[in-house]
Design a binder for this molecule. Structure first.
Ligand SMILES: CCCSCc1cc(N)cc2c(=O)[nH]c(N)nc12
Ligand SMILES: [Zn+2]
Length: 372
């Protein structure tokens, strides 16, 4: 078995659970946050720095790597682990979502999607079989099925047709998958914001018996309470003995709320993206370092953080780097933001162990400035 989820403990206070995800490149403690390395790099971080902050698994993107440098080149280099010098677990998304969100989508049909590259406008076509061929070539430990993520909002008819096509595509992905013993193919549940359609998608996708499942079609612009409501009725229907991955999520509050609802795996570009724009997630809420009030603030970015950035640099220095357009600005704040989210998930795991995740949420929300 390429990937095996081991349920360790269910939280007595919530739907959260502790688990271990065993993969060919190592075991992952869940719930876990997965840094995103879209183009075979977690932007501005070296693999050594990612290991320093205890990143256990990183993501990469089929859509981007297919367009550049090409999956054949990565395969020739010995696969993604060797190419990017990362010897721990990797997960790749299937590209469907990125085609819809990035590519200039020309046409979607039962066969697949035709689109123009966001890089040079060249025409491409990706089918479920093509997506799996690319992911097999990249060699990630966990690969995602090719799905259609309905936009938000979308009418019921559209969402129903889209989830049913996603199910047919999932079957084709499973048939096309060359390496089920070394690469775990996860199915993706769709169904938009409709309870009966989510139930239908869970039934259809889990009937295909994948080693793990993702909740797709969320974090697409819907209000957070609506995302939580969809999770309230979706995750309890998902197999307890398989990992559950909430795609594209998220901010500190969403990670905690998702874990409370039984999600094991999260990913989001937020920590590195906002870092490049001078924004840090800290134990006392967001710090927008470019703000003039930090000009002569010689204290650490986060007084309660022991990461390399917070131990060695002041807010005044980080503000200077940002204003001067120095590359080091994005690096140091990215390092801290990733460390912050990875540590948040460590605290979540501790709270599940102690059956006090709801108490932890209350304390964290008050400190960070979220409304409960
Ligand atoms: C590297 C990026 C992974 S998550 C991208 C993503 C994000 C969100 N929000 C939804 C989806 C989805 O429904 N399907 C797929 N394949 N991907 C999604
Ligand atoms: Zn820090």
């Amino acid at each position: 078995m390429a990937v095996k989820y081991e349920l360790i403990k269910e939280c007595k206070q919530s739907g959260a659970r502790l688990g271990r995800l065993h993969t060919p490149h190592g075991t992952i403690e869940t719930p876990i946050f997965m840094p995103v390395g879209t183009q075979a790099t977690v932007k501005t971080m070296t693999p050594e720095e990612l290991k320093e902050i205890n990143a256990q698994i990183i993501l990469s993107n089929t859509y981007h790597l297919y367009l550049r440098p090409g999956h054949e080149l990565v395969e020739k280099a010995g696969g993604l682990h060797k190419f990017m010098n990362w010897n721990k677990p990797i997960l790749t998304d299937s590209g469907g979502f990125q085609v819809f969100s990035l590519g200039d989508l020309r046409k979607i049909s039962e066969e697949g999607v035709e689109f123009r590259s966001h890089i040079d406008g060249s025409k491409h076509f990706i089918s479920p079989e093509k997506a799996i061929e690319i992911e097999n070539a990249l060699g990630a430990d966990i690969i995602m099925a090719f799905d259609e993520c309905a936009p938000y909002p979308a009418d019921r008819e559209y969402v129903k047709n889209s989830l049913e096509r996603t199910t047919r595509w999932a079957k084709r992905c499973k048939e096309a998958h060359r390496n089920p013993d070394t690469q775990a193919l996860f199915g993706i549940i769709q169904g938009g914001m409709y309870k009966d359609l989510r139930e239908q998608s869970v039934a259809e996708i889990t009937a295909l018996d994948f080693p793990g499942y993702a909740v797709g079609g969320l974090s697409v612009g819907e209000p957070k309470p609506l995302m939580y409501e969809v999770l309230d009725y979706t995750t309890p229907l998902m197999p307890k003995d398989k990992a559950r991955y909430l795609m594209g999520v998220g901010s500190p509050d969403c990670l905690i709320e998702g874990a409370i609802r039984g999600i094991d795996m999260f990913d989001c570009v937020l920590p590195t993206r906002i870092a490049r724009n001078g924004t840090a997630m800290t134990s006392v809420g967001k710090v927008v370092i470019k703000n003039a009030k930090y000009t002569e603030d010689f204290g650490p970015l986060d007084p309660n953080c022991d990461c390399y950035t917070c131990r060695n640099y002041s807010r005044a220095y980080l503000r200077h780097l940002y204003k001067a357009g120095e590359i080091l600005s994005g690096r140091l704040v990215s390092y801290h933001n990733l460390y912050f989210l990875l540590n948040l998930m460590k605290d979540v795991r501790e709270a599940i162990k102690a059956d006090c995740l709801l108490d932890f949420r209350k304390e964290f929300f008050e400190r960070y400035g979220y409304d409960l």
